[in-house]
Design a protein around this ligand. Structure first.
Ligand code: PMP
Length: 300
């Protein structure tokens, strides 16, 4: 027998070289995507959610009598629902009502209780509903609070960053990732700076408050996560929704990579960075796959 548990299958995702959308870049600029949709729950959020649950079990904040509670724009919710099912926990999620239909179906399939918040209030509306439930729920809930839980960046500090370092054999010069909870940028960025002091950490965010890039936050107009540390990134790159969608479509057609809109945004930001370089090894974190958005405007 050679078997392992579901949570051991999280991480160690492939690093894939881009060869199509990068055609016009200088020859010595290499661009790679960290293909996070290879995680068992289909997104990067499997990493922080595993860490949040294991850390909480270890300090007895989470036990069999508690329901895992959090807000999520979708992918963390799927990770809670999947890992919760595997470890025998009830899961209660607050999700903005306008997340993709595919996400709603997946959450239901894993047996999570899902509560929808006002679509017009986005992920911040979901945060406020979850907070209220946590305040009034007594001991019923373990409020995972991914926006303020240090286990979130720790997951990226301990797994995403060392993987990028090893997969590039220490050659990485630039890391580009979107800002949502900021766990990826803060955790992976911090560790990669320790491993490669000259590395440039680039954070991609939506160009405006109203946007269609699921999973990303426009920090200036949103509830700023407690875990966010802006000193970790050297630069913030604003990306427009149309650009993110256009690059996601190019990744499907020119690279064979079916990714979501935040991956489109991250690669769009990376292409901007790459155009200014003569040489470099750029790693772009691509959080999820495009099949979760087939019913949305991304593929219409
Ligand atoms: N893209 C997608 C699709 C996501 O679900 C998330 C997580 N919210 C992100 C990007 C941003 O990642 P992080 O929360 O680590 O900043």
């Amino acid at each position: 027998m050679n078997s392992s548990s579901l949570i051991d299958a999280i991480g160690n995702t492939p690093l894939l070289r881009l060869t199509g959308v990068t055609r016009d870049l200088p020859r010595h600029v290499e661009m790679y995507v960290k293909a996070e949709w290879f995680n068992p729950g289909g997104s990067v959020k499997d990493r922080p959610v595993r860490q949040i649950i294991l850390d909480a079990e270890r300090d007895r904040r989470l036990g069999p009598d508690r329901t895992i509670l959090d807000s999520s724009s979708g992918n963390a919710g799927i990770a809670y629902a999947m890992i919760g099912a595997a470890r025998g926990y009830r899961v209660h999620l607050v999700v903005p009502g306008n997340v993709s239909e595919e996400r709603k179906h997946i959450l239901r399939a894993y047996g999570a209780e899902v509560e929808y918040s006002d679509p017009l209030e986005g992920s911040d509306g979901a945060i406020l509903v979850a907070r209220r439930l946590a305040e009034h729920g007594g001991d019923r809930y373990f409020y995972a609070d991914q926006y303020n839980n240090l286990s979130n960046p720790r997951a990226h500090y301990e797994t995403t960053a060392p993987e990028i370092f090893a997969q590039t054999e220490g050659r990485v010069t630039h890391v580009v990732a979107g800002l949502g909870t900021s766990g990826t940028i803060v955790g992976a960025g911090r560790r990669l700076r320790e491993l490669v002091p000259s590395v440039q950490i680039m954070a991609v965010e939506p160009a405006g408050a109203l946007h269609g890039i699921e999973g990303l936050k426009h920090m200036a107009s949103a509830i700023v996560p407690g875990i966010y540390d802006p000193s970790v990134h050297q630069r913030k790159i604003p990306v427009r929704t149309e650009t993110a969608y256009a690059v996601a479509r190019r990744l499907a057609r020119e690279e064979g990579l079916l990714v979501g809109q935040s991956s489109g945004a991250a690669v769009a930001g990376a292409l901007e960075v790459a155009a200014e370089l003569n040489e470099g090894v750029i790693v772009v974190v691509c959080p999820d796959g495009g099949d979760r958005y087939l019913s949305t405007a991304l593929w219409r």
